[in-house]
Unconditional design. Structure first.
Ligand code: URA
Length: 250
């Protein structure tokens, strides 16, 4: 298992540290276990106020997963329905502890109906595996359920139109931790305009349920900025610590 995780760290181009051996020892160097180097987590920040939308106001409060997915499939609340091939609801374990929230479907996701299946998705899979997680054991979704044409940023009215779906997904899942990947997810969930560089890696809590939340860079950003993979690995370690703490607390 550990060997596999180290392989994924290498795939992420993250250097596994080698411990120097005491004087004179010539044995092959030991590789430090990544999870033994988890940095201490700073106190969790004050809860982010919940956004001004209520699930019940949109009539979704009683929906189960299937009904919610059906509602999304038929959604025409914004113009994105005109250009989509299909909606992209979310994928994974409906009882998962980890919830990964990205931005919006791209071309591949629009074609296949599943989030994070393109090149950024492959890197997300590697990020998950570096934490010892598989795609099917977490729950992955996006702020927006339909592809913005040309992969442009979602417009505020599009994020607002989709918001109740996301809220109901969070309510149904009750994740132990939300990992918000990238600027669009971070800004929407935190109602903030701070750069991801400033928001990332800071343990936060989200909404009335005070769900632990961590922001990190989007894997698509990492594809263009591989030098920041080390920062993402730091964030993922912080997320693992937050999860451990949340699991101990409950
Ligand atoms: N980028 C995202 O944010 N989500 C996807 O599903 C694919 C790419």
């Amino acid at each position: 298992m550990e060997a596999r995780r180290l392989a994924y760290l290498q795939a992420l181009d993250i250097q596994a540290w080698e411990l120097r051996q005491p004087d004179g020892l010539t044995e092959q160097s030991a590789v430090e276990q990544p999870h033994t180097r988890i940095p201490p987590v700073e106190p969790i920040e004050a809860a982010v106020p919940p956004l001004d939308f209520s699930v019940d106001a949109d009539g979704l409060g009683q929906y189960d997963w299937k009904q919610l997915q059906g509602a999304v499939r038929q959604c025409m609340a914004c113009d994105l329905h005109k250009s989509r091939q299909q909606t992209v609801f979310g994928v994974g374990d409906e009882h998962a502890e980890w919830m990964i929230i990205g931005e919006a479907p791209g071309a591949q996701e629009d074609k296949l109906g599943e989030p994070f299946v393109g090149p950024a998705g492959k890197l997300l899979d590697q990020m998950l595996r570096a934490m010892g997680l598989e795609r099917q054991t977490v729950y992955i979704t996006n702020i927006i359920k339909c592809r913005p044409p040309g992969n442009r940023d979602p417009r505020p009215q599009e994020s607002a139109a989709c918001h109740a779906y996301l809220l109901r997904q969070i309510e149904l899942l009750k994740p132990k931790l939300i990992l918000a990947v990238g600027r669009v997810a971070a800004h929407h969930l935190l109602d903030s305009n701070e750069t991801v560089g400033r928001l990332r890696g800071r343990p936060m809590r989200w909404g009335e349920a005070s769900i632990p939340l961590l922001v990190t860079y989007h894997p698509a950003y990492l594809l263009h900025n591989p030098a920041d993979k080390g920062k993402v690995w730091q964030d993922l370690q912080t997320a693992m610590t937050m999860m451990q703490e949340n699991t101990q607390d409950n």
